[in-house]
Ligand binder design. Structure first.
Ligand code: ATP
Length: 366
């Protein structure tokens, strides 16, 4: 039987995006050699602030098309404060990709690793392991993106729209329950918590109603509810109790940063953005101009995003080999932290981007 082969579009971008993307591709190659049974072909797409400065374009002419035909897109990070569009905003072609490909399911894993910073003194903090699932195409960001920009009227009043559609919300909740089911098979709790403000807003009551409707198809998964303000409190009081948290765009934006802060810095914040036919994977951090070119970036957020990408491809293709490769990477990170052999400079450790990457590769090969 022919080895299954996948096309990956890579956008390395700017600043530390380039370093962490290179680190991720090296780690994926090590996992691929270890596990075997699939091949990945990369096609690089030129995009970002540096590219814009040289060409006046934020992505190469066929870039969106190339991203669209790939099986997955991997992105380092894009943007430099000194390079801007004419309207003064920073270069961000990836936000357009999110919109074009309708990448509604934003996955942010939040997991505590031994010897990595833990902000809570309670020993149960070592058990934090949850996913914040942030709807990423509508909610309160709907009017912030390409749609529906209302002007400020008479310098006196302005409105933004919070949009919830049945079509996207059904898919989002199904995604949440399927994710909880998959995680439960690997030993997590199997709970989806709907985070909303259904006591106040019609949009949020609708979000919760659809949550209840879709939950009926997943009787094996426990369901819970929390108002977003109470959820913020509970993320500090008892974050170890949660598994999958599903919410609209703006709530997810805020709570994923809060939750990320419980288990380390930006260098641990992985992200996957998934739609019906496309998936884009990138660290949640930016290009970090303050540390670029110094080998100081923690590559783990990007590498964990690479592992999410392999998992996504595994589901798409029904491939055990890809799923094993994703596990090999997350196991190497877990084991490296347990042995205290991964000590990123980001947390005051003695290892830069290259050293952390080499250590993970060593764990994968051993
Ligand atoms: P954006 O708006 O694109 O997210 P930003 O400037 O708000 O960009 P980042 O580029 O993520 O945010 O940087 C925020 C801070 O976190 C900076 O001090 C940066 O050095 C640090 N940082 C971000 N990513 C990493 C990383 N991978 N390793 C170490 N430090 C990082």
């Amino acid at each position: 039987m022919a080895t299954p082969s996948f096309q990956i579009a890579t956008i390395k971008g700017d600043g530390i995006g380039i370093d962490v993307a290179d680190a991720t591709l090296a780690v994926i190659e090590a996992a691929q050699s270890r596990v075997g049974g699939f091949s990945l072909n990369y096609q690089e797409i030129l995009a970002g602030a540096g590219y814009y400065r040289e060409t006046g374009l934020d992505i190469e002419p066929d870039g969106e098309k190339m991203a669209g035909v790939a099986d997955a897109i991997f992105l380092g990070a894009i943007g430099l404060p000194s390079v801007r569009y004419e309207d003064g905003t920073e270069i961000a072609p990836h936000l357009r990709l999110r919109d074009i490909f309708q990448l509604y399911a934003g996955i942010r894993p939040i997991k505590a690793y031994p010897n990595a910073p833990q902000r809570l003194a309670d020993e149960r903090a070592a058990a934090i392991d949850m996913i914040i699932l942030r709807e990423s195409t509508e909610g309160l960001f709907y009017s912030a993106a390409v749609h529906n920009r209302c002007p400020v009227e008479n310098d006196a009043e302005v409105q933004d729209t919070l949009r919830i559609t049945r079509k996207t919300t059904e898919k989002l909740h199904d995604f949440a329950f399927n994710l909880a089911r998959k995680r439960k098979e690997k030993g997590t709790k199997g709970i989806v918590t709907c985070v909303d403000k259904a006591n106040v807003f019609k949009s949020m009551a609708f979000f919760r109603k659809i949550f209840d409707e879709r939950s009926r198809a997943f009787p094996d998964i426990e369901k819970g509810y929390n108002y977003v303000d109470a959820q913020a409190l509970d993320l500090i009081r008892k974050p170890w109790d949660f598994d999958v948290l599903v919410m609209e765009n703006m709530f997810g934006d805020i709570l994923s940063d809060l939750a990320g802060g419980l288990v380390g810095g930006m260098g641990m914040a992985a992200c996957g953005e998934i739609g019906d036919n496309h998936g884009l994977f990138q660290p949640a951090h930016g290009t970090a101009p303050d540390i670029m070119g110094q080998d100081k970036a923690n590559p783990l957020a990007a590498i964990l995003s690479g592992s999410l990408m392999l998992d996504y491809l595994a589901d798409k293709a029904g491939s055990q080999a890809l799923s094993d490769a994703a596990d090999v990477i997350s196991d190497a990170i877990q084991s490296g932290f347990s042995k205290n052999s991964i000590r990123p400079a980001e947390f005051g450790g003695d290892m830069g981007t290259k050293a952390v990457t080499q250590e993970i590769i060593r764990h994968i090969q051993s």
